[in-house]
Design a protein around this ligand. Structure first.
Ligand code: FES
Length: 56
């Protein structure tokens, strides 16, 4: 599922980033550019991040 349409970032990419050690939206933004355009993906990206962290 694509989470950030502007930058073509999927939930899978977020999961891979969390597996690589990222734990915050700031890190996801810096590494994946998520939320850097329209910003509409921020709430769903945050939810995916939280779910991924909870699973780890
Ligand atoms: Fe992520 Fe627009 S959908 S910045």
């Amino acid at each position: 599922m694509i989470v950030c349409i502007c930058n073509n970032v999927s939930d899978r990419k977020i999961r891979q980033a969390v597996d690589a050690g990222m734990t915050s939206m700031v890190e996801l933004r810096d590494h994946l550019d998520i939320g850097t355009c329209c910003g509409k993906c921020h709430p769903s990206a945050k939810r995916v991040l939280r779910d991924c962290l909870a699973e780890n």
